[in-house]
Design a binder for this molecule. Sequence first.
Ligand code: ADP
Ligand code: MG
Length: 589
Amino acid sequence: MTSRRILLLIVLAGLAVAPAVLSPFMVTLLIFIGIYSIVALGLVLLTGVAGLTSFGQAAFVGLGAYTTAYLTTTIGLSPWLTLLIGLGLTAAAAFVLGAVTLRLSGHYLPVSTIAWGISSYYLFAHVDGLGGATGITDIPPIEAFGYPFLTRESLYYPIWLTVLVTMQLIVNLLDSRPGRAIRALRGGILMAESFGIATPRYKMAAFIISALLACIAGWLYAHLLRFVNPTPFHLDAGINYLFMVVIGGASQVWGAVLGAGILTILQNYLQDLLPHLFGQTGNYEAIALGVCIVLLLQRTQQGAVSLLDRLLPPPPAAPPGEVTAAERLPERPPLPPGTRLLVVMGASKRFGGLTAVNNLSFSIEAGEIVGLIGPNGAGKSTAFNLISGVLPLSSGEIRYLGRRIDNRSSRRIARLGLARSFQHTRLLPDMTVIENVMIGAHLRSRAGILRALLRLDRAEERSIRAEAARHLHRVGLADSMHLAAGSLALGQQRILEIARALCADPTLLLLDEPAAGLRYQEKQTLAALLSQLRSENVSILLVEHDMDFVMNLVDRLVVVDFGEMIAQGLPEQVQADPRVVEAYLGGIE
Ligand code: ADP
Ligand code: MG
């Protein structure tokens, strides 16, 4: 048994016996830590994993608490029914808030959640029937199987069970198709969209899930105290929840519990201790707390959980036998060779006064490898971004299999069978190599959030993993499968991107300088792989700098300089073209 397992068992055993051995005060503290942990777990998903910040979680806690408080006391609904109503209201509120702000990037979500926090606090305090500053009292207890949870202690186990179940559900979610999409939201949106991931939907999902968890915490809170007032749902509390995940470690589930624990205990003890130390009362705890947090963050960027991580021996590497036989993912029917795949007609792109691509026209047929070459700054990457929908055209037309694609988003273009790599690699450095490649298969699989939470996605997940492993073998990265992608050399990161693109089962593969940073031998291997792909009817548009690499590989070359096509044809024709010689000799080498 690993020491991590042992520690986990000790923690679980400690939680199990705590009510029997600790003082009532400590048990109450643990109960509150459990409730805060549920909110913090939502923030681990939203902020730690997806990179979206919400200051408004306390307001969702309040919505859950006030919904049940009001409906159970005024019209006598069962707490179980009011939980459902609260979850419905919360989902609706989060949806509206998310719909307004999540599409916009930057600080709109934090700012709007602050507004949400302030305005809902105002409502809790001022709406008739909610009891104003005194709040609502005489909330009935939760009842289950005829047993009412009357005392605080009686809710200890239900609350901690909820925490543990929530942790497991989040772990399940993160290790899944929708989980990878959510993990890509932090710094990988452009890449994710290029593989067909509808990033706004996953942002919304993460936001709603975190709000629902806050609502559940609020419901528990109301039935624990049996009264509610507006104070605990103030914006300050929303900031506190964020502090918890920052302190604990925002990207791991245990970080939420640890952070909730540390902050709650610190706040409690500092409140009692400091006036003693200084011999007078005052608002010292805020200052002392701030100092503690700064000290902790200086020691570690990833919060307390990472300190713990360093003390423990590393977890054993994932066993290599993990990739098991599985049913193959669906594949696209092959196109007959000679089908017109891509037609670029008079495409232009202007950046202000600079024309990066000027009236570019060329086409690609199924089964061809076409090289797009030209000196640095010639507009090759821009042309790529136009074709893959990352940038809108200034003028011109692009067709794929006869359909206009120049007005489509990269996500919709990906659906048609286009997959790409990026000149400046775009991968998720903290995820393993194979997980990065698995993102490529997003459109070939279907598991949604519910299936992932309940682990009903395992068969499909095995298929995705097997497919990713197959392509990693193909490109020669199988040995690095379980390493963090960020630990690969730059050249290998480019190869990873090819495997990820292949995982999408593309009909046209767009590769932007895949050989850059590779050694001679590695370039040979890559060239052999690309030839192999052509024989499997994958067409390739290859941007390359290295003339030698391209010459023996491609069927045709398109040469651009200053955004304009200066030559196109067979490699040997192009090589002899005086304009190409001039552009190239005048440009590089
Ligand atoms: P290549 O890939 O052939 O080296 P690029 O397509 O990256 O060339 O760039 C072509 C020209 O467009 C360069 O002059 C570059 O500075 C400019 N350019 C590229 N992207 C942008 C952008 N987003 N904004 C402004 N100028 C850009
Ligand atoms: Mg480029």
